[in-house]
Design a binder for this molecule. Structure first.
Ligand code: SAH
Length: 227
């Protein structure tokens, strides 16, 4: 899988992809993530990428020229399954969307900044708009990192234990059951006996019951959703 991220602040994306699981996924060749600096595509002599909004008002808007040139340059290299714009008014990101995107080959993600991007980019070049929640960030970079992380960890071979992504919250419409590790008794606080019993089947049943109980208590809405 290729993920190409377009941003005017590439530094913001260095650390999310430069450590731990996301770094290992790239080193193993399971995903190639490339961050493209919008300023490098600007034809302005000062590498300007934004301008004032027509009609006035506070805040700058990312301009057509550098964004469109960057998108077109990338499209010449490969075909994209989705060209995503991170936007607070997009469809709300979910595990279901992460699953769907993890099956794609090439994804481009455009990060907005300031007031956003010229609307004509959204209308003519973007295939999908995704929000990570009902709040406004100062730029799309962190949102793009959130989406990429959720997608990359689903790619086969990225997580050490192949089954572990499947037992995470939301995969089966439930939140995850509680987990414990050694010691079994920490200053008198014990872990549930069943987990030490060695009965694989019973442990599995217990985990399922716990997941159902937790979902009822914390996220009853998940029982009513179709996903
Ligand atoms: N004026 C816009 C917000 C711009 S915020 C509005 O009111 O809708 C600047 C950029 O941050 C956006 O272009 C978008 O790329 C990103 N962004 C902000 N909040 C986001 C969210 N919740 N999900 C995804 N991207 C977001």
């Amino acid at each position: 899988m290729h993920i190409d991220i377009i941003t005017c602040l590439p530094k913001l994306l260095e650390s999310p992809f430069g450590d731990s699981i996301l770094l290992r996924a790239q080193t193993k060749g399971l995903v190639e993530v490339n961050v493209h600096d919008l300023r490098g595509y600007s034809k302005d002599k000062h590498h300007k990428v934004d301008d004032y909004a027509f009609g006035g008002g506070a805040g700058m808007v990312l301009m057509m020229q550098p964004v469109v040139d960057c998108i077109n340059a990338l499209k010449e290299q490969r075909e994209y399954d989705e060209i995503i714009y991170m936007s607070p008014d997009g469809e709300q990101f979910s595990q279901a969307i992460a699953n769907e995107l993890s099956l794609k080959g090439n994804i481009m993600i455009l990060c907005g900044h300031y007031k956003g991007v010229d609307e004509r980019i959204r209308e003519h070049y973007i295939t999908r708009e995704i929000s990570i929640g009902d709040y406004v960030l100062s730029g799309g970079e962190l949102a793009a990192a959130v989406v990429s992380d959720a997608v990359i960890r689903l790619l086969p071979g990225v997580l050490g234990d192949e089954t572990s992504a499947l037992t995470d919250s939301f995969q089966d419409g439930l939140v995850a059951p509680p987990v414990y590790t050694r010691p079994a008794n920490f200053e008198g606080i014990e872990v549930p006996d069943i987990l030490l019993s060695g009965h694989e089947k019973k442990i599995e049943e217990w985990r399922f019951e716990q997941a159902v109980e937790r979902t009822k208590k914390r996220r009853p809405d998940l029982f009513n959703s179709s996903k």
